[in-house]
Design a protein around this ligand. Structure first.
Ligand code: 16G
Ligand code: ZN
Length: 544
């Protein structure tokens, strides 16, 4: 454990701050999922996030996680985010501290740290322990060291887990703070593999899954999980850089497959076989297949959420259990998925702003909250009080009901509640398909997506766009929303929204309509409007 520090050791901090000096022009903000940017411009940010993690740990009197990854971004990028004690994203008030600390000059670091200590009434005598981990980017090793230097400069203790997926770090941080002092990567595999094996005792003929790991950290970690699972599923790992030398996220991974609506590089698909993709840090999952005419069929986060809701609802009915079950989506959710959940399943659906923290927070309003972004990031949260109700049902005398309650209990334990997790979500999907004796064909038939299109528009300053109503409408610049409304009115089942990205310097455009042609055309027209009204730069974007 760390030695107690009663005041900030200016000399130590300043000396290391010089080593991790801030380039004078750099200004960055803690975005949707932490800081992201070109890896060679971020060293000072990582050092400072090490400092901040120590204060956060002292403030919460708990272990804090620091993950080094830029997820699905190109290999040349990197990023850093802090993980709060129960595996949640960093509390939003602290994002403001993070941004300030990242942007002050070296001479103001001590002042800024003392400010946070004062505002949060932090006792510097508290111990601080930080769990760190990193993805496979070449830059991640040195940037992890910068984080550890920051931790050491403020007298904190770091435990480095080395290579890990983002959800694994969320999991061990959460488990440790819940009292499991031997929380480790190994305990992650044991937990999820055991839960899966008790749900799927024998493999079915159709259970071969080919997993595109985006040439990222998911590849070696999935191999390890697979070793723990044994014979109840057949997994083929594709895009494993260790073998194929492919580049991280290049023409592969969940984001590529979702946006391009096509298979990752090097994958030869067969109709109705099962394929899925992780992103670079394995917190997103999308499935896909081909139909009998070799058309590409995507089963994205909306389809996964719908499958989860369908299954949980069935188990609740079998167990004769009441629960407030809800699904949380964002504006990107396909209109057909929302209709399916609301009209067919009669499940409550909430729409929130993009970003996991918003979805996770809203999901906690429900006894069982399923949240998914269409891009494949999602999980299920369960209220502690309702979990107790479920546990009591498993011991009831009616055997059928008790068994259904047990099945639900085990199903929920195959899910990583702390955060969306490609590996555990994949096990959950496979367990459901196994229980229902379904293949991708039956799953995909739950509903038919409305054709959609996503585009991005480069503008001089993306903050000129301001949104409201969970990003479904713009309030600025003036005239933009009226323009979008009148374009949308010209299309059958038309819907479109625009929002400034939280991770890239662009404005994102989404459009859906009755045909792919119409969705493309609506996306083109809305993009052109954004370009004209929000200060577009470079060439006007156009759908191919
Ligand atoms: C980040 C978010 C993801 C969101 C995406 C939006 C987390 C862990 N990740 O990857 O949820 O969908 O940003 O990116 O919150 P955008 O703002 O660039 O569209
Ligand atoms: Zn990710």
């Amino acid at each position: 454990m760390a030695s107690a520090v009663t005041s900030i050791n200016d000399i130590k901090v300043l000396k290391l701050a010089e080593v991790h000096a801030k380039p004078s022009k750099s200004m960055m903000s803690y975005g949707t999922a932490g800081f992201r940017g070109k890896a060679n411009e971020l060293d000072h940010i990582f050092f400072r996030m090490g400092l901040l993690a120590v204060l956060r740990s002292k403030c919460k009197k708990a272990v804090i996680g620091v993950m080094v990854t830029a997820s699905h971004n190109p290999e040349e990028d990197n990023g850093v985010k802090l993980i709060d004690p129960h595996g949640e994203m960093l509390q939003q008030e602290w994002e403001v501290y993070a941004t300030k600390l990242a942007n002050v000059g070296n001479d103001e670091i001590i002042k800024e740290l003392n400010n946070i200590v004062k505002l949060e009434n932090i006792s510097l005598e508290e111990q601080a322990t930080i769990f760190t981990a990193r993805d496979t980017r070449p830059s991640s090793i040195a940037l992890s060291q910068a984080v550890k230097d920051g931790i050491a400069a403020l007298g904190g203790t770091s435990k480095d887990f080395g290579l890990m997926t983002t959800p694994q770090l969320h999991y061990v941080t959460c488990m440790f703070n819940c009292g499991e002092t031997d929380a480790s990567e190994e305990s992650y595999y044991t937990h999820f593999a055991d839960a899966f094996k008790s749900l799927v005792k024998e493999k079915s003929d159709s259970s071969i899954v080919t997993v595109d790991c985006a040439n990222g950290v998911g590849a070696p970690k999935l191999q390890k999980l697979y070793e723990h699972i044994g014979g109840s599923i057949d997994l083929v790992v594709h895009n494993n850089a260790e073998v194929g030398n492919g580049k991280l996220n290049e023409n592969c991974g969940a984001d590529y497959v979702k946006i391009q609506q096509q298979a990752p590089v090097g994958l030869n698909m067969e109709p109705y076989h099962r394929y899925c993709s992780f992103d670079g840090d394995a917190d997103r999952l999308v499935y896909y297949t081909l139909d009998s005419d070799c058309n590409f069929i995507l089963l994205d986060g909306d389809k996964i959420a719908s499958l989860f809701a369908h299954h949980i609802q069935e188990l609740l009915a079998d167990a004769k259990l009441e629960a407030k079950l809800g699904v949380v989506q964002t504006a990107y959710a396909n209109g057909s998925s929302t209709n399916f959940l609301k009209d067919k399943l009669k499940v409550e659906v909430a729409c929130v702003k993009t970003g996991v923290k918003h979805l996770h927070h809203k999901a906690q309003d429900f006894d069982i909250g399923i949240y998914f972004e269409a891009n494949g990031h999602g999980t299920v949260t369960v209220k502690e009080s309702w979990r107790k109700l479920l546990a009591s049902k498993t011991t009831q005398t009616n055997e059928d009901e008790a068994n259904a309650a047990k099945r639900l209990q085990t199903f929920l334990s195959v899910i990583n509640e702390a955060v969306g997790d490609a590996m555990s979500d994949m096990l959950a999907v496979e367990a459901i398909l196994h229980a229902k004796d379904w293949g991708v064909r039956e799953w995909s038939a739950l509903y038919t997506e409305l054709p959609n299109r996503q585009m991005k528009v480069k503008v001089a300053d993306r903050t000129v766009i301001e949104t409201t109503d969970a990003e479904t409408r713009t309030v600025k610049p003036s005239g933009l929303q009226d323009g979008i409304d009148s374009l949308v009115a010209q299309y059958v089942n038309g819907r479109s929204f625009v929002r400034p990205s939280g991770t890239e310097d662009v404005v994102r455009v989404y459009a859906e309509s009755d045909t792919q042609e119409n969705a493309n055309s609506l996306a083109d027209k809305v993009s052109s409007l954004v370009y004209d009204l929000a200060g577009g730069t470079g060439e006007k974007p156009k759908c191919s």
